[in-house]
Structures are given as structure tokens and as C-alpha cells.
Design a protein around this ligand. Structure first.
Ligand code: 13P
Length: 254
């Protein structure tokens, strides 16, 4: 039995006051849901400390949105290491989000190094994979996603132990166009089957989240699919009511 996980990726949104208000809204409503669903929030780096302090008496998990692939401290201006994230109270970190792969040129190899760096510091990576619309339409979806997974496998299959995968079709992110539950399930099953070729146990245990325009009105049908173990939520995670409703949907599924 895989425990559902719903993670809010706040991206580059908010300020200390709006975050205070959002957290106050979540803390009131999420306590019970957290009994059966893991719930994480991933604020921008500069607010991690504020959010971490605010979550001290809560079951909610603190996650970051990115991490340096460099493990040791050093001359990497603007970077933040996995050890630093751990030190400030993070337990999870998103790696390889498509906005970094496609907007900032992160390669599969770099992303794989970030997975290793995160695990080394004791953080749970949320590895994002997914295809562009053009890749889907030209029949390359499977090879693109397998390439993203393979880069991590090349550094050791054990890197998937305890790691979380988020399938985020790039064409569904922030567009209001969500993959249908059947489309998402097909890819989730494909990811699990690919990993099973290397380790049955890891493939069975790994949590695979869906991300891309998840809202309260579609979360339930997505989470009900066999291989969908929760969601990585962008826009809707900025509203306490919407995020709570999505977490509730994961709870009912479980
Ligand atoms: P939206 O939910 O806004 O489409 O964003 C999804 C996402 O990118 C989560 O990482």
C-alpha cells in the first residue's frame, strides 16, 4: 500500500504576509487529513525558514523547489546545497521541474546528480519527468520520459529507493489542460513498468504523483487511478481552500 502524497509547489509566488495567511488557512484544515495523506509545501528558498517555523507543530512536510547538484560547500554563487536545505528543516526537494529543464536548460544528467545530492543529505527527492506537447505528438513521449529516468538509473538504481516521481506533462502545466485520468494512468503505468525492469520492489513501492492543472474538481478522478499516488500542485496550492480540497480527494481515495 502506497501512502498518498500531495505536494504544493508554490513556484515564485508570495511574500511573507501572504504566506502567513495561507499557512494559517492550511493549519486549521489539514490536521486530520495528514493522518492518512502526506502533505508537503514547497515555498521559494527565502521563505523556507519562515514556513519551517510555522509548521513546527504540524504534520505538514517542508520541501524546497530545487537544490544544487554540488554536494560540498564551495564557490557556487546563488546555489543552495542539500545539506543547507536539510539544516533548515526540509525533508523533501523538487528536482528537474520542467520550468528548470526547459526554461533554464537543466539536463537529464544534472537532474540525476541533484537526486543523488538530495539523497546523500537525507532529503526525499521529488523527481519531475514529462514530455512536451510536440514530443507527445511525434511519438517520442516514452523515449523522453525513459531517458529522464535512465539518467538516474545510470547513477545507481538504489537512487529510486524512497524517491518520489512526479509525472508532469509540460503541456498541462499552468494551462488549465489537464491530462485525462486515462492518459495520466497510462504514463504512470509505463513509468512503473520501466522501473520494474530494474527492480520489481522499487517499482511497486515508489510513489508516482501527477502534476499539471490539478484542481479540486479533477483531483478525485485522477487520484482514483491505480498508479497515481497523489499530486504535485502548482496554482491551486496557493489557495488554502483549493489545496485542502485536493488533499481531501487524496484522502478519500486512500
Ligand atoms: P499547475 O498546477 O499550476 O498546472 O502547475 C503544476 C506544476 O508545475 C507543479 O509542479
Amino acid at each position: 500500500m502506497r501512502r498518498p502524497l500531495v505536494a504544493g509547489n508554490w513556484k515564485m509566488n508570495g511574500n511573507s504576509e501572504s504566506i502567513r495567511v495561507l499557512l494559517a488557512g492550511l493549519e486549521n484544515t489539514l490536521a486530520e487529513i495528514c493522518q492518512s495523506v502526506d502533505v508537503a509545501v514547497c515555498p521559494p528558498h527565502v521563505y523556507l525558514d519562515q514556513v519551517g517555523r510555522s509548521l513546527q507543530d504540524s504534520e505538514m512536510i517542508l520541501g524546497a523547489q530545487d537544490v544544487s547538484r554540488h554536494v560540498e560547500d564551495g564557490a557556487y554563487t546563488g546555489e543552495c546545497s542539500a545539506n543547507m536545505l536539510k539544516d533548515i528543516g526540509c525533508s523533501m526537494v523538487i528536482v528537474g521541474h520542467s520550468e528548470r529543464r526547459h526554461g533554464l536548460g537543466e539536463t537529464n544528467d544534472w537532474v540525476a546528480e541533484k537526486v543523488v545530492a538530495a539523497r546523500k543529505a537525507g532529503l526525499t527527492p521529488i523527481l519531475c519527468v514529462g514530455e512536451l506537447l510536440e514530443e507527445r505528438e511525434t511519438g517520442r513521449m516514452q523515449s523522453v520520459i525513459e531517458g529522464q529516468l535512465q539518467a538516474v538509473i545510470d547513477l545507481g538504481m538504489e537512487n529510486f529507493e524512497g524517491t518520489v516521481i512526479a509525472y508532469e506533462p509540460v503541456w498541462a502545466i499552468g494551462t488549465g489542460k489537464t491530462a485525462s485520468p486515462e492518459q495520466a494512468q497510462e504514463v504512470h503505468a509505463m513509468i512503473r513498468a520501466y522501473l520494474a525492469g530494474f527492480s520489481q520492489g522499487i517499482a511497486q513501492d515508489i510513489r508516482i504523483l501527477y502534476g499539471g492543472s490539478v484542481k479540486p474538481d479533477n483531483a478525485g478522478t485522477l487520484f482514483a487511478m491505480q498508479d497515481i499516488d497523489g499530486g504535485l500542485i502548482g496554482g491551486a496550492s496557493l489557495s488554502a481552500d483549493d489545496f485542502t480540497a485536493i488533499c481531501q480527494a487524496a484522502c478519500q481515495d486512500g
